[in-house]
Design a protein around this ligand. Structure first.
Ligand code: SF4
Length: 162
C-alpha cells in the first residue's frame, strides 16, 4: 500500500505537463521558511498504486503524476511502486526532492531501471536564493534547484539539466 497525504488535481505549474500532485507523508529537511508547512500533520491515507493511478487517469486533463509536497525519498519503495504503475499506464512522472542527485540515487538506486517520461527536480530550498522559471516552464523555489529529464540505465540515464 502507498501512504500519502493528499492528491491535488490539475496542477499546471509544477511540471512540464498537467498532472495530479500526490503528496508524501513527511519531510526531514527542516528548511527555513518551509512553504509546505501546512501539509505536515495532515492525516495519512493509504491506497494501492493502482487505485491512485486510477484516480489520476479518471481526469482526462491529466498527462502525468507529480510526486512532491513532502519528501518521497523517505518512502523509496512506495515511490517506485507508484512511478512504475504510472509509467506503465502512459503517464509522465515528475519527482520533487530536496536532496542532491547523488543523495537521491543513493536512497533510490532502482529508479535508474525505470523506463518512461520521467523528470526529477532536485536541490534543497534556500529561502535567500531567489527562484526562477526553468526551461521546462516550471517555477523553481530557489536558484540552486534544477530539473533533469530522466532516461533509464539502458539509455544512458540522466541528461539535460535545468
Ligand atoms: S524540502 Fe520542502 S517540504 Fe521539506 S522542509 Fe524543505 S521546503 Fe519544506
Amino acid at each position: 500500500m502507498i501512504r500519502y497525504l493528499l492528491i491535488e488535481e490539475e496542477r499546471f505549474e509544477d511540471a512540464p505537463f498537467v498532472g495530479a500532485l500526490v503528496c508524501a507523508i513527511s519531510c526531514p529537511m527542516n528548511c527555513k521558511n518551509c512553504f509546505n508547512k501546512h501539509l505536515k500533520g495532515l492525516e495519512v491515507k493509504k491506497a494501492s498504486a493502482e487505485e491512485i493511478v486510477d484516480t489520476i487517469k479518471r481526469n482526462p486533463f491529466h498527462e502525468g503524476m507529480i510526486l512532491g509536497g513532502l519528501e518521497w525519498s523517505e518512502q523509496p519503495d512506495e515511490m517506485l511502486d507508484l512511478a512504475r504503475e504510472a509509467v506503465s499506464r502512459d503517464l509522465k512522472v515528475m519527482i520533487y526532492t530536496g536532496l542532491t542527485i547523488e543523495q537521491f540515487l543513493h536512497k533510490v538506486p532502482d529508479i535508474r531501471d525505470l523506463r518512461g517520461d520521467i523528470y526529477l527536480k532536485y536541490g534543497a530550498y534556500h529561502h535567500d536564493l531567489p527562484g526562477y522559471r526553468s526551461r521546462y516552464g516550471v517555477q523553481l523555489a530557489s536558484r540552486n534547484q534544477k530539473i533533469l529529464q530522466y532516461r533509464s540505465r539502458e539509455e544512458e540515464y540522466w541528461f539535460r539539466a535545468q
